[in-house]
Design a protein around this ligand. Structure first.
Ligand code: COA
Length: 333
């Protein structure tokens, strides 16, 4: 019995923010952003309307509808995000409440851009060992309120967008179908190359306030862009090859690769490195920017709705991000 995706859903805030809009707020321009990242526009949450939990809830409802299941059928929630509504509790419990699920377990996953792949891997264990029949996996992110929208933060803030994606997993007894394997990795020595350092238990809010240092912007995400790029292209390729090799498959068997939508240039680099055709790689970063843990389930849901994945197709999902963490999930749809 393999785990299988029974339904997908996504929610994107209606507020479209173009590169030209960003150029009104900081010293940047459409051409620079497109050339370096491929991004044309992204969605920003509407304050008072969209939260990480509310977007995740909407995506989850759509995934449940697509699967023909009700919230009462869900046995476990896995919620991946780096931008929860509260410092604690995590948004898994909000999802349980918003959907009206039974008092099932709700696990919060903190693996940033790799969060969805990490969550799939955990869901797979629960489904295979029979501890759950249906697992809801959600990735949702609200970055926009926490980005440095001045010129100082432009290398980070032009990249990220808000949104949510969700899948419902169950089991299949059809031989060869479903999740074939997942592969997870981490390398914490690079934790601070892409991170949000404060406030934290190493630097509490009262201490930050007491310092009153206008130069201290540790509450904005920081990213060593070049360093991240160089590691991403190596790790993406490695973990994709790891999944193919362990299943005795090759890139020519792949119908679709859905890479975490980090940067279009990274996706193009991997495509070239692995010798994949354009139609074998799904990209939507042009429209949504990098939505970290939400990017793969959003892309998966869109690709499925567009008919890009059909029954029997081999699908690779791969991610790399802050941590560093990276991983892949190979699935026969
Ligand atoms: N608009 C205009 N100019 C910008 C800018 C922006 N938004 N952001 C940075 N610049 C400027 C820099 O200030 C620098 O100017 P200088 O040469 O006068 O000092 C110049 O552009 C080059 O900056 P650099 O940071 O070296 O650019 P880059 O080629 O490395 O591209 C990234 C920056 C962020 C696009 C690129 O490093 C990248 O995509 N990295 C991976 C990021 C990623 O995928 N993160 C998510 C991982 S999950």
């Amino acid at each position: 019995m393999n785990s299988i995706i029974l339904g997908t859903g996504r929610y994107l805030p209606s507020n479209v923010v173009t590169n030209h809009d960003l150029a009104q707020r900081m010293d940047t321009n459409h051409e620079w952003i497109v050339e370096r990242t491929g991004i044309h526009e992204r969605r920003f949450a509407i304050p008072g309307v969209d939260t990480t939990a509310s977007m995740g809830t909407e995506a989850a409802k759509r995934a449940l509808d697509a699967a023909g299941l009700s919230p009462h059928d869900v046995d476990l929630i896995l919620f991946a995000t780096l931008s929860p509504d509260y410092y604690f509790p995590g948004p898994g419990v909000q999802l349980q409440h918003n959907l009206g699920c039974r008092t099932i377990g709700a696990i919060d996953i903190r693996n940033q851009c790799s969060g969805f792949v990490y969550a799939l891997s955990i869901a797979d264990q629960y489904l295979r060992n029979g501890a759950a029949n249906h697992v809801l996996v959600v990735g949702s992110e609200l970055h926009s309120g926490g980005l440095d929208m001045s010129t100082r933060g432009r290398n980070v803030s032009v990249i990220f967008g808000d949104g949510a994606g969700a899948v419902v997993l169950g089991r299949t007894d059809e031989p060869g179908r479903g999740l074939l394997s997942t592969h997870l990795h981490s390398q914490g020595e690079h934790a601070e190359e892409l991170a949000l350092l404060g406030p934290s238990t190493r630097d509490w809010i009262p201490e930050i306030i007491q310092r009153n240092d206008p130069e201290d912007v540790s509450y904005f995400p920081r990213m060593n862009g070049n360093f991240v790029f160089k590691h991403a292209v190596v790790r993406f390729a490695e973990v994709i090859e790891e999944a193919l090799t362990s299943n005795q498959l090759s890139t020519s068997d792949l119908r679709l690769l859905i890479p975490h939508q980090a940067n279009l240039r990274i996706a193009q680099f991997i495509q070239q490195k692995l010798g994949l055709r354009e139609d074998q790689v799904y990209n939507n970063i042009m429209r949504y920017g990098n939505t970290t843990a939400a990017s793969i389930p959003i892309a998966l849901s869109e690709a499925f709705d567009e008919g890009r994945i059909q029954k029997g197709d081999l699908l690779m999902m791969a991610a790399f991000g802050s941590g560093f963490t990276w991983g892949s999930a190979l699935m026969r749809w």
